[in-house]
Design a protein. Structure first.
Length: 343
């Protein structure tokens, strides 16, 4: 409720001529990669204000347990729709790039690589706004789940009930979680294969001309760094089904043998699942609208440079699989509920 009131107030501020409207083509220099690249404050800000204040009323009704009959599923549908729009549809790949490039820039800073790169320059207001939107989407998802749990007589904290579904038990979660984990590992490997090939000089799935242009500006070196990071992430994803994902391995000093806090895996995996899904949906949108603009290198399309786009089209699958694998890990690792006492 507080988040919706705050963002609704921002919409009202922008509607009355306030500065800092984070959408529109002026905040999308890469070329219409945002779903709101065509938005203008005069038309979009009042919609934001109305939806924000309406959302606050819906959240208040959820918090007080209001809603009977057909009203309850309507409130849940509103909350879930807000979660999807805020967390998956409005963000684009800029937030994922920032998260991915952060360790690369920090490690390369002592060596002056990448040249001219600065994390502070990348922290723009539109980027912060996307992060705020993902936070709001997470709040709406949590509020909707808790409201649904209360309506069905389950524990609002853990979701368990006397007639809980068997797919949430640790044994069943271990089975379907293994399949989800394998899928979440496979997709980034496909992406990494293409980027490593370009860095090594092989025009896998792209034209020779594009390969040379990318080599001239060092683009494929940066792509190989991102690919390496994706592979490291895939290896860490395996921890969701491996023993070292529950207890720190013996070769790790100080922490060896200690229990891995579930949140240490669940929080970053959930964030990556959201970021890669939103970025993948952006690539789908751009591909269906004609192609992806890549600055001076022109417009990339599936017809001429399929490997530059096709791996990213698998990212929604990656995000969904990683989210499912993380949920299975949570079901396997969760302890007795401190509220209802169920195990």
């Amino acid at each position: 409720m507080a988040w919706s009131l705050g963002y609704g107030a921002l919409g009202l501020f922008w509607w009355t001529g306030g500065i800092g409207f984070p959408f529109g083509i002026e905040n999308d220099p890469a070329g219409q990669i945002s779903i709101l690249s065509g938005a203008r404050a005069a038309e979009t800000a009042p919609i934001i204000a109305v939806l924000g204040f309406l959302g606050a009323l819906v959240a208040l009704a959820m918090a007080r347990g209001r809603g009977r009959g057909p009203l309850r599923p309507i409130l849940i549908a509103f909350g879930l729709a807000a979660a999807v729009v805020l967390g998956l549809l409005i963000p684009d790949y800029r937030l994922l790039l920032f998260v991915a490039y952060t360790p690369i820039v920090l490690l390369g800073a002592p060596f002056g690589w990448p040249p001219g790169a600065s994390l502070l320059d990348a922290v723009t207001w539109p980027l912060v706004n996307q992060l705020m939107g993902i936070g709001g989407g997470a709040l709406w998802a949590a509020a909707s789940v808790v409201y649904w749990r209360r309506g069905r007589g389950g524990c609002a904290f853990c979701g368990r009930s006397d007639d809980a579904a068997t797919w949430t038990t640790p044994d069943r979660a271990a089975r379907w979680g293994r399949w989800a984990t394998h899928a979440a590992v496979a997709v980034p490997l496909v992406y990494a294969l293409t980027r490593w090939a370009w860095a090594l000089g092989f025009p896998l799935g792209i034209t020779e001309e594009l390969l040379r242009e990318g080599q001239a500006i060092g683009l494929w070196v940066a792509g190989a760094a991102l690919a390496t990071l994706a592979v490291l992430g895939a290896i860490l994803t395996l921890g969701l089904i491996q023993p070292w994902g529950e207890a720190f391995p013996r070769w790790l000093p100080v922490l060896r043998g200690r229990r891995v806090p579930p949140a240490l895996a669940i929080v970053p995996a959930s964030l990556v699942a959201v970021l890669v899904t939103s970025a993948g949906l952006m690539f789908w949108r751009m591909t269906l609208s004609g192609g992806f603009p890549l600055g001076d290198l022109g417009l990339l399309t599936l017809d001429s440079d399929w490997a530059a786009i096709a791996p990213e089209l698998l990212w929604p699958l990656w995000g969904a699989a990683l989210g499912a694998a993380t949920l299975a890990y949570h079901f396997r690792r969760r302890a007795r509920c401190p509220c209802c006492g169920r195990l």
